[in-house]
Write a protein that binds this ligand. Sequence first.
Ligand SMILES: Nc1nc2c(ncn2[C@@H]2O[C@H](COP(=O)(O)OP(=O)(O)OP(=O)(O)O)[C@@H](O)[C@H]2O)c(=O)[nH]1
Length: 416
Amino acid sequence: MQSSHTLNQDDALEQISQNVDFLTQQLHRGRRIGRFPRLLEHEYLRARNRRFLEIDRRIIAGGLLFYLAFCWSDILLGGASAQLLVSLRVGFAAVLFALLWWVPRSFLAPYMMVVAAVGVFAAGASVLFFITLIPAEMRFAYHLGMVPIQVFTMVALRLSMRAMLTVSLGLFALYVLLLLLQPLQTGQAEMDQILMVFVPLFVSFWLMLIGLGAYLAYAVESGARNDYVQNRLLTLEAVRLKVLTRQLHELSTTDSLTGIANRRYFEQQLDIEWRRAIRQQQPLALVMIDADRFKDYNDCYGHQQGDICLQSIAGVIAAHCQRPADLCARFGGEEFVLLLPGSSTADAARLAEKIRLDLAALQLPHERSEAGFCTLSAGVAAMIPAVGEHSDELLRRADRRLYQAKDKGRNCVVSA
Ligand SMILES: Nc1nc2c(ncn2[C@@H]2O[C@H](COP(=O)(O)OP(=O)(O)OP(=O)(O)O)[C@@H](O)[C@H]2O)c(=O)[nH]1
């Protein structure tokens, strides 16, 4: 007989195995940063965003401070627009700081990577906008300002490859647009000659940086996805181990035929309760129960039917085992025990009598028994144990009374 609890555990193990197979497949698929199947992708993005929020809020704050530090260049190079540039820079940084610190984390978490990508894009776009405001001969310096922004996008933020490429190519496109709309010429021949060399070099340098960034983002993202799956597998293995340990514990303490505790577990509990009874000087009661004429039952109805009968008897006994400390167990063969901490002999005898009557009420046919149906005999004993006494004494007393019950003609409870 398998308990529903065991079935649930088997279901849980089956579910774990399916999940392990599914995740292992993800590890072995060809494309390393392709999206996971829908649900897993959703969970991955949630976990990634949570980590991103924890780690990268400080990095973004550092980036913003770095961005703010360039107020000095606005003042030095901005000419008539210096004040405007500083105000725009400080205002922009303040808005992002406020967003990072005052918007609740729980609200920001799902969008953190998008916020970071939009933030860095806006920072880059602001620098490009500043270029349009400063004197022509100083502009090239601000072109160089795009380098730290690109590096920050690539390295510090650890954006997904898609986000990194979107931000980088977006800024690059804006830069090209700016070059088309606002030629670099300063009107100074020597300066313009240098810029003619500088700009193509800068453009190709930037494109190379984006290529390198894409490769880095690919490596980081595929590693992160791999780690995520490996971590999920480790968690599943830990859960599997827990379920198996619990199952092993149940197997070693449960009687496989009846589903109630086995003798080994009973003996452990008897030892524990015996010592507790000594400490607390409380009574400990034991009922030994034996099916009557069970050899005849087997001979008459077959061993299989005998097993079913033993399950019914165990069911009746278990139904009366209601207090948390009460324990019923199969002692062996057709013999059962009931351990009742805190119960007196009279209490335990009353309970044993109820069990006897309940089994009789089932009227399980047994043509070779005196009653014509299945019955049981029980011996009851209770003790307030003293230091130095052994729990075997309680077992002996209950067993002796069980024999007395058999001698009295069976189908009865003896408690004195
Ligand atoms: N079907 C079945 N029978 C069992 C199991 N364990 C023990 N038995 C049988 O239970 C019977 C016990 O017989 P006995 O010890 O002679 O006692 P009894 O026939 O019940 O007679 P009394 O105890 O004197 O009433 C034996 O025939 C065992 O084979 C079991 O798991 N399943």
